[in-house]
Design a protein around this ligand. Structure first.
Ligand SMILES: [Fe+2]
Length: 338
């Protein structure tokens, strides 16, 4: 069974645990079922080369059950309780980050080895819960105003995640979870023309109920939470994963997280994660170069070292930045109703 690659990080200052929650019990709260449909990145138009450096060939799944009825009821209660911490950011009107440092139940769901194992089988690769804890258990709530999208068209700041409906999606009028069957480059072209992805190339996920999720290759599949047509309780939860194979790209835009996360905690957890990736890559390099038949010319050896320390180099450069680049999404000011 896949374990977390790093221990769950320490609770940041100013956070307190809810002290009267049920204990997360996988036997009671989970009901893991396989998705009927798993779409792959090549169906979306990505080339073999583009897919090769990503975490998984999987793009998106149909909705599958993750929580039992009892688990879904606890999840909804936890999400409603966390709603008082909701904040706005440049992409989402109301979201809660780092709920896993307030709710042990949410934390234990998000790092559950049973769920992780289930996602390994869906993604066809070994995955682990994201070591940056704000990337776990992210909650989105419906905007105050009907007709405003829950979240703009975007791709995620991390490679792999699932999106779970927390409040019953059946009773909602609107608030669809939609993804575009195409590449990020295509959406960027539409956005430059002030257009959104065409509806006939978008899929609106069919949700059988609360506690169901879709697994996504979040930073390769452009998606959004659409607007509600009538006021209603719409809550979704997004939980992030990484591949444990450090040979592929990290695919993250951690620098965007300064818009949504507390900087001191983010810096600590990002530095720790980058150090883990580079350490693993350096270990692989040592093993490779220790082999009796290992050959590397000076340029190749330098490239291997640069590859190994790449994530640390990016972290050093980005953590030293004093500007804060705009959080990325595909809806510019000139979009029709952005
Ligand atoms: Fe997203």
């Amino acid at each position: 069974m896949t374990a977390a690659i790093l221990p769950f990080a320490a609770q940041p200052p100013g956070f307190e645990w809810f002290d009267d929650e049920p204990v997360f019990d996988p036997a009671v709260h989970l009901q893991l079922e396989a998705p009927e449909l798993i779409r792959t990145l090549d169906e979306f138009g990505y080339t073999e080369d583009e897919v090769a450096c990503t975490a998984s060939p999987v793009a998106a799944t149909s909705a599958f059950r993750m929580l039992s009825a009892e688990g879904a009821a606890v999840m909804l209660a936890v999400a409603r309780r966390l709603e008082s911490f909701a904040e706005a950011n440049p992409r989402i009107e109301r979201s809660v980050r780092s709920g896993c440092h307030r709710s042990r139940w949410l934390r234990d769901l998000c790092i559950s080895p049973e769920v992780t194992e289930h996602l390994c089988s869906i993604y066809s690769v070994d995955v682990a819960p994201h070591p940056i804890t704000s990337q776990l258990g992210h909650l989105n709530y419906a905007p105050a105003e009907v007709g405003t999208a829950v979240d703009k068209w975007h791709h995620d700041t991390l490679a792999l995640d699932y999106v779970m409906m927390v409040a019953d999606p059946i009773v909602l009028d609107g608030g669809d979870f939609e993804y575009f069957v195409g590449t990020k480059a295509e959406v960027a072209t539409f956005a430059d023309r002030g257009e959104r992805p065409p509806a006939d190339r978008c899929v609106s996920v069919q949700w059988p109920g609360a506690g169901f999720a879709v697994a996504l290759h979040g930073n390769m599949v452009v998606h959004r939470g659409g607007p509600l047509h009538q006021a209603g309780e719409r809550i979704s939860m997004v939980n992030g994963y990484i591949t444990t194979d450090v040979r592929v790209d990290d695919q993250t835009r951690n620098v965007d997280l300064f818009h949504v996360d507390e900087p001191v905690t983010l810096a600590r957890e990002w530095a720790r994660y980058a150090a883990w990736r580079s350490r693993r890559r350096l270990d692989v390099l040592i093993e490779d170069f220790d082999r009796a038949d290992a050959v590397a010319d000076p340029i190749e050896a330098a490239q291997r070292l640069a590859h190994a320390t790449h994530d640390v180099d990016v972290a050093i450069a980005d953590l030293r930045r004093t500007d804060r680049p705009e959080i990325h999404h595909y809806e510019h000011a000139h979009s029709p109703d952005a």
